[in-house]
Design a protein around this ligand. Structure first.
Ligand SMILES: [Zn+2]
Length: 325
């Protein structure tokens, strides 16, 4: 993202928000209305260098910033420190994040621990039972398969995880293990409706090995899904306005696991910090809130926590938001 274009965009937001006619702006749509500037000036390229430095610190020095991890918290501290250096009073909004953990192990014909990933919104619980392969988990495959009381081993694909687990529960399975249809672990989620039985994901290789072993004889599996609570935080700086209403500039700073997240979303966070420096000490006819959201990658948990806080406290009306995603 070109910083100069974002700053130009913010001017448009200020103008429109002054008329209080704009409920929400997505950056990509609005950006197309801002003509690209010519060769950057020396001041503009200094701003660009600083923005790149923010990205480097977040994605290289701090690195992967998994939701609710220590690294996410270190990133929050860094953002706080930078916003304070820009002259802001900075607040933290802390909120709980539900985190799931899954364990799978083969208990017969041999003992073998299997790396497993939880599927978000799974029912929690611990089940040990005979294992039965149920194909892709369609009702046709499961209804007459003798699935009652058996852990259903299902292959990923064709229908959603949610449909698989619902079908398996209907067929009487006390738990589901779904294996990937591509290399690598499964990272997935049920719908927020969740499931009535535990479900965990394993790799294609482990799943195929279990399926092949079943074709030669019986086997059993133990599946455990646990849910615990971790903490995350939004970092909030504010420029009090001379009039009513609030304009929010926001972006998330957590990442999916393993990646340093230079693009998603250290780049947006860097633009946010750059804008903060540009806006510090200025006055607007409305309050400006600069918010770095935590826990976005697990389902917008940080922004939901922010919205419920605004609703609960009946804080001043939000008239516009620019999401640097
Ligand atoms: Zn993202």
């Amino acid at each position: 993202m070109r910083i100069a274009r974002i700053i130009a965009l913010f001017s448009v937001v200020v103008l429109l928000a002054s008329c209080q006619q704009m409920p929400l702006v997505g950056t990509s749509a609005a950006l197309s209305a801002v003509p690209p500037s010519a060769t950057p000036t020396a001041a503009e390229s200094d701003v660009g260098k600083q923005a790149l430095e923010y990205i480097r610190v977040l994605s290289v020095d701090i690195g992967p910033r998994d939701t609710a991890s220590g690294a996410e918290e270190r990133a929050a501290s860094y953002l706080e420190q930078e916003l304070k250096a820009a002259g802001f009073q900075v607040g933290r909004q802390q909120f709980p994040v539900p985190v799931f953990d899954a364990q799978v192990s083969q208990t017969a014909p041999q003992q073998h621990a299997i790396d497993a990933e939880p599927l978000r919104f799974s029912m929690t619980g611990e089940v040990t039972a005979p294992l039965l392969f149920g194909g892709l988990g369609s009702p046709d495959e499961l209804s007459n398969a003798g699935m009652a009381g058996k852990v259903a081993l299902l292959e990923r694909g064709q229908i959603t995880f949610q449909d698989k687990v619902v079908n398996a529960a209907r067929a009487g399975a006390p738990a589901v293990v779904v294996f990937n249809n591509a290399p690598g672990p499964i990272r997935g989620s049920l719908t927020a409706t969740g499931s009535t039985i535990p479900i965990a994901g394993i790799t294609r290789e482990e799943g195929q090995a279990l399926r092949d072993a079943l074709s030669r004889g019986t086997g059993s599996l133990s599946v455990t899904v646990r849910r615990s609570q971790m903490n995350s935080q939004n970092v909030i700086a504010e420029i009090p306005g001379t009039g009513a209403g609030t304009v929010i500039l926001g972006g998330h700073y957590d990442t999916v696991p393993v990646t340093g997240g230079a693009v998603d979303n250290a780049s947006g966070t860097a633009v946010l910090l750059t804008l903060a420096h540009k806006l510090a000490g200025k006055q607007f006819p409305f309050t400006v809130q600069i918010i770095a959201f935590g826990a976005e990658e697990l389902g917008l948990v940080g922004s939901q926590a922010y919205v419920s806080d605004v609703v609960r406290q009946a804080k001043s009306q939000v008239i516009a938001m620019v999401n640097l995603m």
